[in-house]
Design a binder for this molecule. Structure first.
Ligand SMILES: Nc1nc2c(ncn2[C@@H]2O[C@H](COP(=O)(O)OP(=O)(O)OP(=O)(O)O)[C@@H](O)[C@H]2O)c(=O)[nH]1
Ligand SMILES: [Zn+2]
Length: 293
């Protein structure tokens, strides 16, 4: 028995990255009978049928820790959310939506503010401080100059990461700067999504170091939040966490209620801009909930 990770699945074959190389396997019939679909990212056990030609049989899927839907990958540990300091301009409303989706999936989060070489006034520092104070790891980077790249590499170590963020912020460029051997084309990640609109596209894992992988297509390509119940939203604002249970009312939404422990932190542990976006998104979600009634 050999253990490994499914890095690719095509036409009934699953490719398993192991300590002894990548094996091409077929899944045992039992999975189909039991309605289990092997998924990229699954930790598996295989039996080797042909060591030299790297063929095997996929025998067992170890329990999944997480299951990302878009793209469909198991055991993703972390979302690397990339925004540009300039071109395109930073949009913190959009950044918060990416954060919410990643928080909802219980992923660890790294925020990368890329293209700092384009921002002579260092305006990105303000956003970096805001999100650091909220409790996030924020890396200010320039794929162009190579700054921040070592920090990014360190953050990817020993995990499966998915990159997310708007088009053109430099996701592929950062990956290339960190791992020159991979030579992802710039624009590569988005090409894959476009293809995905018409055909079922299967994500693949790219091994970047001994024990680390990245997903080859971007995460959270739809930023719809409508599936999140409005009363759950508070739990996905990281810096609210220590305070949400301190309110006078059970089920406090932290908007109009008196004696609210969250509101008491506005301008202290909670940045007014983040609080305002919380209120906006709650209202958005409530409107949608009303409409569906
Ligand atoms: N000045 C500067 N330009 C950068 C930097 N990083 C990326 N770029 C440029 O920005 C453009 C977009 O970079 P990509 O790496 O393709 O961006 P992406 O996020 O992968 O884009 P999609 O694949 O569309 O999602 C390219 O022309 C890059 O050369 C940077 O740090 N500084
Ligand atoms: Zn409250």
């Amino acid at each position: 028995m050999l253990e490994g990770v499914i890095v690719k699945g095509i036409g009934g074959f699953y490719y398993i990255d192991t300590k002894r190389g990548v094996f091409e396997t077929r899944a045992r019939g039992i999975f189909r009978k039991e309605g289990i679909r092997p998924t990229v990212g699954d930790h598996v056990k295989i039996s080797v049928l042909d060591e030299e030609n790297k063929k095997g049989s996929l025998d067992e899927i170890l329990p999944r820790r997480t299951e990302l839907i878009r793209p469909r990958v198991s055991n993703v540990d972390q979302a690397v959310i990339v925004f540009a300091a300039k071109s395109p301009d930073m949009n913190l409303d959009l950044l918060d939506r990416f954060l919410l989706l990643a928080e909802e999936q219980e992923l660890d989060i790294v925020i990368v503010l890329n293209k700092i070489d384009k921002d002579n006034n260092q305006d990105y520092e303000e956003a970096a401080t805001l999100y650091r104070q909220a409790g996030y790891l924020v890396i200010c980077a320039s794929a162009e100059l190579g700054s921040g790249v070592e920090d990014l590499k360190a953050a990817l170590e020993n995990r499966i990461s998915v990159f997310a963020g708007p088009s053109g912020v430099g996701k592929s460029s950062l990956i290339n700067a960190a791992f020159p051997g991979l030579e992802l084309n710039t624009g590569e990640l988005s090409k894959k999504i476009q293809r995905g609109r018409h055909t079922t596209r299967h994500a693949e894992l790219i091994r970047i170091t001994e024990n680390s992988y990245i997903v080859d297509s971007p995460g959270f390509t739809s930023l719809f939040l409508n599936h999140i119940p409005s009363e759950k939203l508070q739990y996905y604002f990281k810096e609210f966490e220590p305070f949400v249970h301190g309110c006078y009312y059970n089920g406090c939404m932290h908007i109009n209620e008196p004696d609210c422990a969250v509101k008491a932190q506005i301008g202290k542990a909670i940045h007014p801009m983040r609080y305002q976006r919380y209120v906006n998104i709650v209202q958005e979600l409530k409107k949608e909930e009303e409409r569906k009634k």
